[in-house]
Design a protein around this ligand. Structure first.
Ligand code: HEC
Length: 128
């Protein structure tokens, strides 16, 4: 009994020690994503909460229906796409946006490295 208690205590301690590590890993992903975003996206997408630039604001984009930002002139293609910005669709979008929505006004982007996609999506998820 004593053995079992101490081993579950050890497990608990490991779990508690891992939690901040996981948080740090998540923060690291977000930071890497922020850097990628500033290289590839800020030319057209403002990070200022609700402001539209050449592209629509991406504040709260994860889970949002496409073409739903007020006062932004989306392409017909985007308006007709009927997609929702799930993580999966965002992954497809940043790896080849013209394949996902043919006729989109957004210039072609091709971020095909899965790790970079993870970082960017993690960062986009923090914009809320
Ligand atoms: C050259 C300018 C430009 C660059 C660079 C750019 N975008 Fe865009 N983005 C646009 C435009 C314009 C639209 C609207 C497209 C349309 O209506 O067809 C758009 C639309 C989007 C949408 C859909 C938003 C919505 O409200 O439906 C997402 C998501 C997006 N961009 C993400 C990104 C990400 C992430 C990057 C960087 C990897 C990026 N964009 C780089 C101009 C750009």
């Amino acid at each position: 009994m004593k053995m079992r208690l101490s081993s579950s205590l050890a497990l608990l301690c490991t779990a508690l020690a891992a939690a901040p590590l996981l948080q740090a890993a998540e923060d690291g992903m977000e930071a890497a994503g922020r850097q990628l975003f500033s290289h590839h996206c800020t030319a057209c997408h403002s990070l200022d909460t609700s402001e539209n630039a050449f592209g629509p604001s991406l504040f709260g984009v994860v889970g949002r229906p496409a073409a739903s930002v007020p006062r932004f002139a989306y392409s017909k293609a985007m308006q007709a796409s009927g997609i929702t910005w799930s993580e999966d669709n965002l992954r497809k979008w940043i790896s080849d946006n013209e394949a996902l929505v043919p006729g989109t006004r957004m210039r072609h982007v091709a971020i095909t490295d899965p790790a970079e996609q993870d970082y960017l999506i993690s960062f986009l998820g923090s914009l809320k």
